[in-house]
Write a protein that binds this ligand. Structure first.
Ligand code: MN
Length: 696
């Protein structure tokens, strides 16, 4: 066991300003309070908090954390109170000890209630002060190291399972891989004793047989790199029995077939050397395709950085190689704590201030986000934890709303959401959730995702699901319009169109089904003529072709043209009967009919304008308009209804812009004349579904 002076010396070693007297007082306090209590090992109880404090000094943590580690079980297991701790050691330490104590209380709860509850409080406490988590992880690691002393097998199992399920993943989350691996190994020994014994036994055997193979390979790697003038340190090891076991279980492999059981670590001077080293290794030995990972340029979420690759050593043995700098290595093994402790060495004042800074930042939650961006804490600051009424935990990005939550639970639940209760109270769906909120989603039977939700959801899952639902809905509406257009087209072909002809037409057009066809027509993806040809092949040859020069719909006549000269209504201004019109001669093509105020005329100012006017039989001109609809189900159908009521056929309809909360459509409409078009525009403007309507 670590002695009092050893512990204090360790702290003074990295923090010369640490308050020696205070540390001594905490040490003496825990020894006195725990008194004659004993651990399962038979050791005095206080050996445990002292060892945990020792673990914290390995991480070079500040004196408050060391004191917290020393005192962490006093309130729970002795007569000491939080008030007492506060009087002796100040409010900071008292608050931290309280945090750790609360976590221990949850551990004593019945298992089924505990799982989620435990995790929840844990995460919440952790996001308040990372030091509570660090002490708790140290506490758990030491308890795992002494787990074998506990006689009750069931209790051992429970603690091991909890370590595997909760604490090892938490250690991973803060990047403390060293803690994670040791916890996993110790837990595996309890949970899978058979596998543990077999694998460690086999590894032992290999070590005996091959003698110094690990060393030999490490040396070969070092030499290959030295020849290429890359200075490195290489260390090798057999893989962790737990990771071998996991691989065996995941891929259903026997031990013999887990090929890469050796792993090597190459520590380089700087980042550029990491890549050079990898290049050298890849040209010296064959590398295994698909195994290369670059976590230097793309670090893992918890900040882990390294290059990973697998090599075929001497054509028979797969070895894993991790390449990194020393700084990356420190960070990778001890996470948050090490990262900052390492930085510390570069600081002239040598103060261990990072943790204090960090806690201050977290306490002053207003700028926390900004300042924490580049620290490990960011991984907590940018997410929240919320619960279903049954206690299931869901992790979401900060700013998530009940809608995000519902989609995170299940896509179907998200789709049926109509309301939400947060902590038992009805709240708007756009309310950002807070840490620890209990969210109850209220479902509606025939409800569907609303486009307006896109204005506040933050998760990709919710966003994608809403978009998909809205697209489907919109598609159905367009198809409905297409159906009306189709009926008109069908009436124009010289045959009676039934199910069979329609089916054939769908095939000829290379479309999927009837809905697909109607959608294609409604969205103007195919022209009327194509549909007519598909319905009755060859029929359009004998028919008048409204789009062709000189044969513009016979219903339209223009006065002022020489007999026999073809004309076309210009597609820039879409003149309709009633507009003042002029003609522009297009050599070899005929005459283009423009509205007098068309901007295209400005470019042909010197050209020979023909004064034209509309003839008597002027129906079927195409006017183009732009309508801005509110994004809501049925809006499109309502617009189509207005066209129908006014006996105007839709020639083409296109969503030109979708920007919440509006959808902007451009519509080509067959109208009789200007008055007709104007009437339709007025009707549109009167509609609740329409924000704006204008001619273009
Ligand atoms: Mn403890």
């Amino acid at each position: 066991m670590l002695r009092q002076y050893e512990l204090v010396e360790r702290v003074k070693d990295y923090d010369p300003d640490a308050d020696e007297a205070l540390l001594n007082r905490a040490y003496v306090y825990t020894v006195q309070k725990h008194g004659t209590q004993k651990r399962a090992s038979g050791d005095p109880y206080f050996s445990h908090p002292v060892e945990v404090a020792g673990l914290m000094t390995d991480l070079k943590l500040d004196q408050e954390t060391i004191m917290t580690a020393l005192l962490h079980d006093t309130v729970e297991d002795t007569l000491a109170t939080i008030e007492d701790i506060e009087q002796n050691f100040g409010p900071d330490v008292a608050r931290l000890v309280d945090g750790v104590t609360k976590l221990s209380k949850i551990e004593a709860m019945p298992e089924n209630e505990r799982a989620a509850e435990n995790l929840r409080k844990f995460l919440l406490a952790m996001s308040e002060d990372i030091r509570v988590l660090l002490v708790k992880l140290g506490d758990r690691l030491h308890n795992m190291r002494t787990l074998h002393f506990i006689k009750n097998a069931e209790k051992r199992q429970r603690i091991a399972r909890e370590t595997m399920d909760i604490y090892a993943p938490l250690a991973e989350r803060v990047g403390m891989y060293e803690y994670m691996r040791e916890m996993q190994l110790l837990a595996m020994e309890q949970i899978e004793p058979e596998a543990y014994r077999t694998i460690t036994g086999r590894l032992e055997q290999i070590r005996r047989q091959d003698g110094g193979q690990v060393d030999a390979i490490a040396l070969a790697i070092k030499q290959a790199l030295a020849e290429a003038k890359v200075q490195v340190e290489v260390s090798g090891r057999e893989k962790h029995p737990y990771s071998i076991w996991k691989k065996m279980a995941e891929r259903h492999l026997p031990f013999e077939q887990v090929s890469d059981i050796m792993a090597f670590r190459v520590i380089c001077e700087d980042e550029a050397d990491c890549y050079r080293a990898m290049g050298v290794l890849h040209t010296t030995w064959q590398f295994i395709p698909g195994k290369f990972k670059d976590y230097i340029s793309t670090p893992k979420n918890n900040g882990y950085r390294s290059l990973h690759t697998s090599l075929m050593y001497e054509n028979s043995m797969r070895v894993e190689v991790q390449i990194r700098t020393r700084e990356m290595h420190q960070t990778n093994e001890f996470g948050l704590a090490a990262h900052w402790a390492y930085k510390q060495h570069d600081r002239p004042d040598g103060q261990v201030s990072w943790l204090r800074d960090l806690i201050e930042i977290v306490d002053a939650s207003h700028d926390a986000e900004e300042l924490l961006e580049h620290t490990r804490m960011a991984i907590y600051q940018d997410r929240i934890f919320a619960f279903t009424p049954k206690g299931a935990l869901h992790q979401l990005p900060k700013g998530s709303t009940p809608v995000d939550f519902a989609f995170a639970v299940h896509t179907d639940l998200g789709a049926q959401t109509v309301g939400a209760k947060i902590n038992g109270r009805h709240m708007p769906l756009r309310t950002p959730l807070g840490n620890g909120d209990v969210v109850e989603i209220i479902k509606g039977k025939n409800s569907e995702p609303q486009l307006s939700w896109l204005g506040f959801v933050v998760t990709g899952k919710a966003r994608a699901a809403i978009r998909r639902a809205v697209r489907l809905k919109e598609r159905a509406e367009v198809a409905e319009i297409g159906k009306k257009m189709f009926d008109e087209i069908a009436a124009r072909v010289p045959a009676k169109i039934g199910k069979k002809a329609t089916r054939e037409a769908i095939k000829r057009l290379g479309l999927e089904d009837e809905e697909d066809l109607m959608y294609a027509i409604g969205a103007a993806k195919i022209e009327d003529r194509e549909v007519m040809e598909a319905l009755v092949p060859g029929c359009t040859a004998e028919m008048e072709q409204p789009e062709d020069w000189g044969k513009q719909d016979k219903a339209i006549s223009i006065r002022g043209l020489t007999a026999g000269v073809g004309f076309q209504l210009a597609t820039c201004c879409h003149p309709v009967p009633g507009d003042r019109i002029v003609g522009l001669r297009k050599p070899g093509e005929g005459v283009e009919v423009h509205a007098i105020d068309c901007f295209e005329l400005a470019s042909g100012i010197d050209a020979d304008w023909l004064d034209l006017s509309w003839g008597k039989r002027s129906i079927g001109a195409v006017g183009r308009l732009r309508a801005t609809l509110y994004d809501r189900p049925g809006a499109l159908a309502e617009m189509a209804g207005i066209f129908g009521q006014n006996a105007a056929n839709i020639r083409a309809l296109e969503l030109s812009q979708a920007e919440h909360p509006f959808g902007v459509y451009e519509v080509d409409l067959e109208v009789q004349d200007l008055a007709h078009l104007t009437r339709i525009l007025s009707a549109l403007r009167a509609s609740d579904a329409v924000a704006q309507a204008e001619r273009i």
